[in-house]
Design a protein around this ligand. Sequence first.
Ligand SMILES: NC(=O)c1ccc[n+]([C@@H]2O[C@H](COP(=O)([O-])OP(=O)(O)OC[C@H]3O[C@@H](n4cnc5c(N)ncnc54)[C@H](O)[C@@H]3O)[C@@H](O)[C@H]2O)c1
Ligand SMILES: O=C(O)[C@H](O)COP(=O)(O)O
Length: 597
Amino acid sequence: MAALAFSTAHFGSKPTPLVWKQPPLSRAFSVSLRRRERAAEQLPRRLVVVGMDAKPTVLVAEKLGDAGIKLLKDFATVDCAYNLSQEELRAKIAACDALIVRSATKVGREVFESSGGRLKVVGRAGVGIDNVDLGAATEHGCLVVNAPTANTVAAAEHGIALLAAMARNVAQADASIKAGKWERNKYVGVSLVGKTLAVMGFGKVGSEVARRAKGLGMQVIAHDPYASADRARAMGVELVSFEEAISAPDFISLHMPLTPTTSKMLNDDTFAKMKRGVRIVNVARGGVIDEDALVKALDSGIVAQAALDVFTKEPPPADSKLAKHEKVTATPHLGASTMEAQEGVAIEIAEAVVGALKGELASTAVNAPMVPAEVLSELKPYVVLAEKLGRLAVQLVSGGSGVKSVKVTYASARGPDDLDTRLLRAMITKGIIEPISSIFINLVNADFTAKQRGLRITEERTQADSSSENALESIQVQIADVHSKFASAILGSGEIRVQGRVKDGVPHLTKVGSFDVDVSLEGNIILCRQVDQPGMIGRVGNILGEENVNVSFMSVGRLAPRKVAIMAIGVDDHPSTQALKRIGQVPAIEEFVFLEL
Ligand SMILES: NC(=O)c1ccc[n+]([C@@H]2O[C@H](COP(=O)([O-])OP(=O)(O)OC[C@H]3O[C@@H](n4cnc5c(N)ncnc54)[C@H](O)[C@@H]3O)[C@@H](O)[C@H]2O)c1
Ligand SMILES: O=C(O)[C@H](O)COP(=O)(O)O
């Protein structure tokens, strides 16, 4: 089947849509057996594009745990090249199918542009993906996966370590003692018990910090616009407004991602609203704090102390006032750096990258819709159908007509909310765009590419017979406002229409324009409009036989006997120009078209 979700297996070359091809068979009688074999072949077992001619290459650009490297090596050629400059990274990337980074490598638009379309997966060995340009990745059809769970506890433990170390001046006192001093009065700390801690960002790390802080006897409040109040309550944490979270606490711990909304969330204005003497921990991202404002707040005493694992620029400049501030306890982005977390992250990211390279849908995809496994297995046969209908429909458009408006109608017995069509829509988009462009479409970039090309795809549902156990009865694709090279494909209302369904696991074309047909969507198809009369199947079949073209299927659809009929012929091969010319010369044939699937 054609490239599916992340279609990644054309290693080393520009991906081309793959059509499953049966080697020419000598005779037609084994059709039903062949159909079953083909059905088995065509079902996307792992959403893989076959036809891989070499092992994929994975560039590991930052230190990754051994277990992850081993997993990668079992599947791919692994190039571990650390501390690359941006120029070196861009030079290497065109030879890579996947790239794995941590937080230190900026994967910007230029990296995707330099990859020449080969880079199919970026694996972020950690949580924060603020160093990866997700928009550019999506535009280039490159999947981004992260490792969201393996370093949660490590980051939370580091947050608590910084909280306690800051409150008791551990780092400063240690430096003092190493400098030969003994300053017991200077380093009197503050207690944690009974104090209020505001956790900003009540996600995985934030909630683990909250749990641990409660164990230390702190009152914990949290601010997170997207968190569940029930989950917080169950942990004995009260969700509060942003205003309350910055004005009420003695300690603030930051755990939100760096996004345009959270950038410089703590700034002059917010520091001004804080309780005098507040202490701040940041193991999230440096960019969520306006660092100049923090220096001022530390100098003025609004903020008594800060403990920072992260900085806007890493490493911070040698003369950074913030990193050097005596009230600041700093670590060099160590939140995820435990032996355990690094092994866990390495395995988590290696599995995600290998899975994505195999074409599997990744559960940790950051820039693609996640389609649950059960939905996926149910939709598999329709995925092939969807792409082929798109491919057929666009080939029926005559040259010069721009495809702008496509309507897809799904007939299903399911309830309106019980059918996730994103994958099908992506495949129809793929079928429509790929034959007429050099763009490679997958689940990551389908919607983006359609939008960019001004292609509007609307989806509709119609209710199918409720006794059906199938997820879908049929898919219909209509293209509006175009001319067709096969007039019979046009409805009275002016749209090109093709419709299909899945029979015994095999996609079939069941309607062209107003005509019912029934031809399996394997190999290629010839559509002929003819005056319905005896002997037509034989005549066209003979021509194809004489021209050594193997016919896999034939069906005739007509509106009334002896009137106009559509003959749909499935052929395994690409008929020669001579064969097509001879078909066109059959007097009863009024128009015909050859369609490649
Ligand atoms: N220092 C480190 O080594 C280290 C390690 C792990 C994670 N991190 C950072 O911590 C962040 C959080 O990690 P996580 O695993 O808990 O992620 P997460 O996605 O589980 O949690 C993030 C939470 O922030 C919330 N949030 C989003 N916008 C917000 C806003 N404007 N105000 C308040 N809350 C907001 C989200 O709703 C979510 O609940 C990561 O994005 C990463 O940047 C750093
Ligand atoms: O977002 C993360 O997972 C942490 O910041 C860890 O980053 P690192 O992989 O660079 O240690």
